[in-house]
Design a protein. Structure first.
Length: 122
């Protein structure tokens, strides 16, 4: 499986990743790091405590990493959480709605991580 096939399998935007990272070697390096760097897992853990500062910071970080990798769905979902907890913004979601969004992120991330593991295997 090559990178374009990986991106097709996980619903990512390979062209976006290529625009940002500029070469397959860097895309390969950073997509492999996604499951090891813990950025999405930290967001999910922040959801366990529902700490506003942690949710904002981890969601903002996950949004950026996923956007740079062309993982638009994950980036957009993380962005919703970041905006919900951005300092100065008025909350629009209930805690239960936030937890539902985090559950959707967990599901999307699990599918993405599985695709990356399959890519790494060869």
């Amino acid at each position: 499986m090559n990178l374009e096939e990986l991106y097709a399998n996980i619903g990512g935007d390979y062209a976006q990743a290529l625009r940002v990272l500029r070469m397959d070697k860097l895309i390969d390096k950073h997509i492999r790091k996604l499951t090891k760097n813990g950025v999405v897992e930290q967001l999910l853990l922040a959801g366990d405590t529902m700490d506003a500062t942690s949710l904002f910071e981890t969601a903002h970080a996950a949004k950026g990493v996923c956007a740079n990798l062309g993982l638009r769905t994950l980036s957009d979902m993380a962005s919703e959480i970041a905006e919900e907890y951005r300092p100065g913004n008025e909350r629009k979601m209930t805690d239960e709605q936030v937890k539902e969004k985090l559950a959707a992120i967990r599901e999307a991330y699990a599918a993405t991580a599985e695709g990356i593991r399959h890519y790494e295997e060869g």
